[in-house]
Design a protein around this ligand. Structure first.
Ligand SMILES: O=P(O)(O)O[C@H]1[C@H](O)[C@@H](O)[C@H](O)[C@@H](O)[C@@H]1O
Ligand SMILES: [Mg+2]
Ligand SMILES: [Mg+2]
Length: 259
């Protein structure tokens, strides 16, 4: 219904960072229904953070919610829109489970720590490809249009494409790009600039499907750092890291700037 009805588009951090009433409604729906069952749990929700709520993990069980991942697709008549949520239980953070629902495809991706990853109940396994020259790599350009940042993104894109790889793809949603890695449809996904709610659920789905997560400079992945390489194996991830022109956006858990 919302795909047909919700055409009132608002903006957040910039003119290309879009939000609709459906994003806000879905986030409230998820938070309210979880709160009814677990009144002491905490939440990090994309639209709540946009409205000024803190983006901090504590030792309390915390649900990380992206009500629609791919709002730009949704606004442009729903190339692909996704609702998903995940839970995190510690400062490390230790993901307990992740859920990504690709509503137009009616695909429910799920993972629970130590129990594997699934799509509509069928087990997921990353691709076995070790040769990056026989791989497809996914990425996105996010919503930062600062020419210096765009130059860095294009330089990375050019470097990866010219390895050469079989192709580059982008679903318009970080969560689905990661689920494509988990499903073995693409070998890797990298991006700088997305947020913890874009990645939390699908990061567990990737690792439970046998994949690896890494920072774009090769260290351990840090979901608050707004940088990720998710790949089918370490060989492919490390090869991509060599080609990325890194930069560091403000962290999701950075204290708010003083006015
Ligand atoms: O804003 P939504 O649609 O929840 O999330 C999108 C990110 O904002 C964007 O930076 C990223 O490139 C895109 O993949 C992601 O899904
Ligand atoms: Mg998102
Ligand atoms: Mg969103």
């Amino acid at each position: 219904e919302a795909l047909l009805d919700d055409r009132k588009v608002m903006t957040k951090s910039s003119s290309v960072d879009l939000v609709t009433q459906t994003d806000q409604k879905v986030e409230q729906l998820i938070i309210q229904s979880v709160k009814e069952k677990f009144p002491t749990h905490r939440f990090i929700g994309e639209e709540s953070v946009a409205a000024g709520e803190p983006c901090i993990l504590t030792d309390d069980p915390t649900w990380i919610v992206d009500p629609i991942d791919g709002t730009t697709n949704f606004v442009h008549a729903g190339c692909r829109a996704v609702t998903w949520y995940s839970a995190v239980r510690s400062l490390l953070p230790q993901m307990e489970f992740g859920v990504v629902f690709s509503c137009l495809e009616d695909k429910m991706f799920t993972a629970r720590r130590g129990s594997g990853a699934f799509c509509n109940g069928e087990p997921l396994q990353v691709s076995g490809q070790k040769d990056i020259q026989r791989s497809i790599i996914a990425t996105e350009f996010g919503s930062n249009r600062d020419p210096e940042v765009v130059d860095k993104m294009f330089s990375s894109l050019r470097n990866v494409l010219c390895i050469p790889v079989h192709g580059m793809r982008g679903a318009g949603t970080a969560a689905i790009n990661m689920c494509l890695v988990a499903s073995g449809c693409v070998e890797a996904y990298y991006e700088i600039g997305m947020h913890v709610w874009d990645l939390a659920a699908s990061s567990l789905i990737v690792s439970e499907a046998g994949g690896v997560l890494m920072d774009v400079e090769g260290g351990a992945a840090d979901l608050m750092s707004r940088r990720i390489v998710a790949a089918n194996n370490r060989t492919i991830a490390e090869r991509i890291v060599k080609e990325i022109h890194p930069f560091a956006p403000p962290r999701d858990d950075a204290p708010p700037l003083q006015q």
